[in-house]
Design a protein around this ligand. Structure first.
Ligand SMILES: [Zn+2]
Ligand SMILES: [Zn+2]
Length: 450
């Protein structure tokens, strides 16, 4: 296999991988870097010639995997785009939201290249999409050679898949973003369990060692306890969430907790995109038993849209639970505004339920000392940290030890490290060395051959 990472910054960001095997050339994912905008946020698509890809596979609908797919697809118009059924539904909502965000950024950031694609690009992309069933090999033929593509359920988020590629010569597995453990709304991964020649593994959690006492379930119990404490003392709870996946899971968790009186009944406020996705999750869950979700949860919770008059630095008008995106308090998002309105009151809590990049406001707030001051740069306002800040480990990614055990099971000859920061990859390189496999930590924009 030949392997080329087009994510120009390395690490996690604008994910896009080009692979060649048995005369086929294909791409896996094409994302947007969440911390950049405009041309800076896209993979280095121009490093490969136009119309040279036979097919594209989308592993799932987080924007770091999906966000620049319309551009890649526009440059390779004959390439079908293979994806799972849930992703085919969720991709539409995510991409149309992405256009709205880019249009807004055009003025805010004065980037004339935005939006990077428009509605007509989306409809062309949708015409090229082909849904593949889980665990059913799909055979492609080219110049008398053939390749089987098989998708495997990967947990992580609705629709997420691992990708198995099989030719006469070799078997390759791309884990994609993967979670072996089940979530409230989603079954855990049902991964391939056979020997492969080449494994491309995600390495997101290479630097986080999970303490044995911190299981997913106990983290949820602790999150609910902290929420209860906060509400009882008259404070509000902010739970910053990713709109896709974590928001829907938290809706179900909160609803169950209120029903069994583990939480007092208070207003629950939710923000835009995650609420729209609720309807899509509902539709998808009717067609697959891997996703357990019913939109009735909104009525049962009495979920409300965010109050209109939110002002940075001003207290929220109603006490309650605020379940809003973004999960990392990215500037100008509802969670960023809410954090600025809640930080200066020791009755409130800001409870993180996912990964926060250290350079984002969320990551910085987690690291900051209680009582010190915190700057909301986008609002030019500095506030003392009086609210309780906590992080709970409900990651959508497999623990590093689980991934190492998985790699041992597949006993590949070559392992490519992917989707992880440099230090996280370093941990994996050491932990995987005893498998005897050749470990490759590919630098961006360079071809590697096995
Ligand atoms: Zn993801
Ligand atoms: Zn990812």
């Amino acid at each position: 296999m030949r392997f080329l990472d087009l994510n120009p910054n390395g690490g996690i960001g604008a994910n896009c991988t080009i692979c060649e095997s048995e005369g086929f050339r294909f791409a896996i994912d094409s994302g947007l870097h969440p911390k950049h905008a405009g041309f800076e946020s896209i993979p280095a698509h121009s490093n490969i010639e136009r119309n040279s890809i036979d097919f594209i596979i989308l592993t799932h609908c987080h924007l770091d995997h999906l966000g620049s797919l319309p551009i890649l697809s526009r440059e390779h118009q004959d390439a079908p785009v293979f994806l799972s059924y849930p992703s085919s539904i969720l991709a539409r909502r995510m991409l149309s939201n992405s256009i709205s965000v880019m249009k807004r950024q055009r003025n805010e950031l004065n980037l004339r290249e935005l939006p990077l694609y428009g509605r007509s690009d989306l409809s062309s992309l949708y015409d090229r999409m082909k849904t593949l069933a889980i665990k059913k090999p799909f055979t492609l033929e080219k110049d008398g050679r053939s390749m089987d593509v098989t998708l495997h359920h990967a947990g992580h988020v609705a629709g997420a898949v691992s990708v198995e590629i099989k030719t006469k010569k070799e078997k390759i597995l791309f884990t994609g973003d993967i979670l072996f453990d089940g979530q409230r709304t989603l079954e855990g991964a049902q991964p391939l369990m056979e020997k492969v020649d080449i494994l491309v593994t995600e390495t997101t959690r290479g630097l986080s060692q999970r303490a044995p006492s911190r299981h997913r379930e106990s983290e949820i119990v602790n999150l609910l306890e902290q929420s209860k404490k906060t509400l009882v003392r008259g404070g509000s709870v902010l739970i910053p969430v990713f709109a896709l996946g974590r928001m829907q899971e938290m809706l179900v968790v909160l609803d169950e907790a209120i029903k069994r009186r583990a939480l007092p009944k208070v207003p629950v406020f939710c923000s835009g995109l995650g609420m729209d996705l609720v309807n899509h999750f509902h539709e998808i869950s009717k067609n697959t038993n891997r996703i357990r979700f019913n939109r009735k949860v909104l009525r049962s919770l009495g979920a409300l849209p965010l109050p209109r008059k939110l002002e940075p630095g001003r207290e929220p008008p109603v006490q309650g639970i605020y379940l809003v995106s973004s999960g990392m308090l990215v500037e100008q998002t509802p969670s960023y505004i809410m954090a600025s309105s809640m930080l200066n009151d020791d009755r409130n809590s800001i409870l993180f339920v996912g990964y926060c990049d250290p350079s984002t406001p969320g990551g910085q707030l987690i690291e900051a000392e209680h009582g010190s001051s915190f700057e909301f740069e986008a609002f030019d306002c500095t506030l003392p940290i009086k609210a309780t800040i906590k992080q709970f480990d409900l990651s959508g990614h497999a623990d590093r030890d689980q991934l190492v055990a998985y790699a041992e099971k597949l006993s590949p000859k070559n392992i490519f490290l992917h989707h992880g920061d440099p230090d996280a990859r370093k941990w994996f390189a050491e932990a995987l060395a005893p498998t005897g496999a050749e470990i490759i930590d590919p630098a961006p924009l360079q071809f590697y051959e096995t």
